[in-house]
Design a protein around this ligand. Structure first.
Ligand SMILES: [Zn+2]
Ligand SMILES: [Zn+2]
Length: 335
């Protein structure tokens, strides 16, 4: 099979992913072999490539994987050959520790990420435990379904963690892959949404998707927001978000790493009045099982830009420069 492989940490501008021919992987016990048809490109891949999080090298990146079951390991019974499945960031967790037992498998000490600790979907084939694959609702094409598996499902978790209630006001800081899906769920729940982003293109897309106001991160919205989600990789946004947060409101930090520190903040101005800050780490299988049917019901149709597997470096560079509208998706050619 053909795969785009990361061998060492590097700036993405140096185009570090290499197209390599590899033997097809073999599904182990309770695993399935998946012929990949589409794989979304996520910001987390930039963090892995540039060393802000540490993957097991060499690695095949990619954790928004859609494909069809083409082989079954011993004892694998959940899916039939030909079934369409998705694979997401959560590749495995121990299932035994107190985090796992309490439904917080995203925090498991043995958490393994797809395309980070196990090979992912920047390839024509991959394998995964059948317990960590999900049926894809019919109404989505392969490319449309890919971003639902990370940008969508993590966004759904961000919303859930924010504690937003129906008809409240939500602020979104940054308007990339996740936010453009979150806004569709929030609007479906009757929430008013304000979007804060430096990109004029993103502000226009936000309005098209139902934002009642869109401005720059430092701008003053028409009123305070009950909850806010910060998708940006920069520290300053935390202050902008806390400034417009209503008393008792919660700010959710959706990114894995900030590129620069959160500036020191004046307690009385930014945090007092029972404001909260909470981060989101990883994802659980329940998030995916709840979100995928909801996405089909709404329906959420992600905006996708398709590319070829060999264009992965280019897509990641575009992503870094904020030049992807919606989500970039790698479409596999037949082997
Ligand atoms: Zn992701
Ligand atoms: Zn565990």
């Amino acid at each position: 099979m053909k795969a785009m492989v990361l061998k060492r940490v590097s700036a993405i501008e140096k185009e570090p992913l290499e197209m390599i021919d590899l033997p097809n992987p073999d599904p182990g016990p309770k695993e399935i072999l998946v012929k990949v048809s589409a794989c979304g490109v996520c910001h987390t891949e930039l963090d892995e490539i540039e060393g802000r999080i540490q993957p097991n090298l060499p690695i095949i990146l990619g954790h928004e994987v859609v494909g069809r079951v083409e082989g079954l390991g011993s004892g694998a019974t959940r899916f039939n050959l030909g079934d369409r499945v998705g694979i997401a960031w959560i590749n495995s967790a121990c299932g035994k520790c107190h985090f796992c037992r309490e439904g917080n498998e995203n925090l498991c000490l043995e958490f393994r990420g797809t395309g980070c600790h196990a090979n992912g979907g920047y390839a024509q084939y991959t394998v995964v435990s059948e317990d960590f694959a999900y049926p894809i609702p019919e109404r989505f094409s392969d490319s449309e379904a890919a971003p639902l598996l990370c940008a969508g499902a993590i966004g759904y978790r961000d919303l859930w963690v924010s504690g937003i209630k129906k008809n409240q006001t939500l602020g979104l800081f940054g308007f990339g892959a996740s936010a453009h899906i979150v806004i569709q769920v929030a609007r479906y729940w009757g929430c008013e949404v304000f979007v804060f982003t430096r990109s004029e293109e993103h502000r226009n897309l936000a309005k098209k998707l139902g934002a009642s106001w869109a401005g720059r991160p430092e701008d003053e919205p028409p009123k305070k927001v009950n909850c806010a989600i910060d998708f940006t990789p920069v520290g300053e946004t935390v202050l902008h978000a806390l400034r417009v947060l209503e008393k008792g409101g919660r700010l959710v930090l959706a990114v894995i790493r900030k590129r620069n520190p959160i500036p020191s903040l004046d307690y009385a101005q930014y945090l007092w009045d029972e404001k909260e800050i909470k981060s989101v780490a990883n994802i659980t299988r329940k998030d995916l099982k709840d979100f995928l049917p909801l996405a089909a019901e709404i329906p959420i149709i992600p905006e996708v830009q398709e590319f070829k597997l060999e264009e992965a470096n280019k897509v990641l560079n575009m992503l870094k420069q904020g030049k992807i509208q919606g989500v970039g998706v790698l479409k596999m050619a037949d082997p």
